[in-house]
Write a protein that binds this ligand. Structure first.
Ligand SMILES: Cc1cc2nc3c(=O)[nH]c(=O)nc-3n(C[C@H](O)[C@H](O)[C@H](O)COP(=O)(O)O)c2cc1C
Ligand code: SF4
Length: 274
């Protein structure tokens, strides 16, 4: 069955659905002016919903999803560029947290927002692991340290570059520079065979970082975990990553203990203008 159904009573014959389809699955003859799915539409459609979302007449249904099932896009609710720019510049990597859990409703809200991150071929392959149990956080940090010790013993170049010896020494003094006392750790993973799993996971995690910032939370990328999780089977197992998936993004999350008051400088944009 065709995934794309047109309501020809509503159709205004403007052809915008055909124009935006990323796979050119809708034909629109300039003379006849009726949109029609092409023969391979069922096989090639990625259910991105662009044809539905762009139609001014609410005349397109995709894979059983009707226009009335989709909330309207309200331009008046979008942030002004200045607001978004301030959020993007003002977001910091937060490493000192209040001893306060992230409320389940807040976590659920963030997870709900991150579903809307773009993904290669609209594959939406990202799975999340959310760890909030303190003992489990400590256990996972210990597994990362085990991986660090092994990487140091093997003389891995990245162990030298990241100065893992310093992190391990801190751990041995009782200082956790991995989870840093954060009340929450997130990891995401995706099927190895999906379209661009690493990019999709990292983009979804970036959504989380920015959405968290907008809610007054603070987050920090957890590169140590991103190095360790794919390489250290006990850690992978403890995180519940299935064998057909690979872990990619990892992030700490919590309420910042300290308020940042200024935006530190960054390098000038390095751009080749042609
Ligand atoms: C890693 C990645 C690679 C993508 N590559 C392409 C691409 O090569 N060509 C293209 O037209 N769209 C590409 N996209 C866009 C996706 O098809 C798009 O995000 C998806 O269909 C969902 O649509 P949306 O972004 O409008 O929500 C890519 C998206 C991601 C995240
Ligand atoms: S859902 Fe996306 S890929 Fe499928 S027909 Fe519509 S625009 Fe094209």
């Amino acid at each position: 069955m065709d995934p794309i159904i047109f309501d020809y009573d509503k159709c205004q014959q403007d052809g915008v659905c055909a124009a935006v389809c990323p796979r050119r699955l809708i034909s629109f003859d300039p003379e006849e002016r009726w949109p029609r799915p092409i023969a391979q539409a069922a096989e090639l459609c990625i259910r991105c919903g662009h044809c539905l979302a762009v139609c001014p007449a609410s005349a397109v249904t995709v894979a059983g999803v009707r226009p009335e099932d989709c909330p309207p896009l309200e331009p008046a609710r979008l942030p002004a560029y200045e607001s978004l720019d301030h959020l993007l510049r003002g977001r910091r990597s937060i490493r000192v947290y209040k001893d306060q859990p992230v409320e389940p409703a807040v976590m659920a809200r963030l997870m709900d927002t991150c579903r809307y991150a773009p993904s290669g071929s609209n594959s939406q392959p990202v799975h999340w692991v959310v760890v909030q149990d303190k003992e489990r956080l400590h256990f996972l940090a210990g597994l990362v340290v085990d991986w660090m010790r092994a990487a140091l013993a093997e003389g891995q170049e990245r162990a030298r570059i990241m100065r893992l010896d310093v992190v391990v020494a801190a751990w041995e003094r009782g200082e956790d520079r991995i989870t840093r006392g954060a009340p929450c750790l997130l990891l995401n993973h995706a099927p190895r065979e999906s379209s661009m799993p690493r990019e999709n996971c990292v983009i979804a995690m970036t959504y989380l970082d920015l959405a968290a910032s907008a809610l007054g939370l603070g987050a920090c990328w957890l590169g140590y975990m991103m190095h360790a999780a794919p390489d250290h089977p006990p850690l992978r197992e403890a995180l519940g990553v299935p064998p057909e998936n690979d872990p990619h993004g990892a992030m700490l999350l919590g309420y910042p203990r300290y308020k940042y008051r200024r935006i530190p400088p960054r390098q000038e944009a390095k751009v080749a203008w042609w």
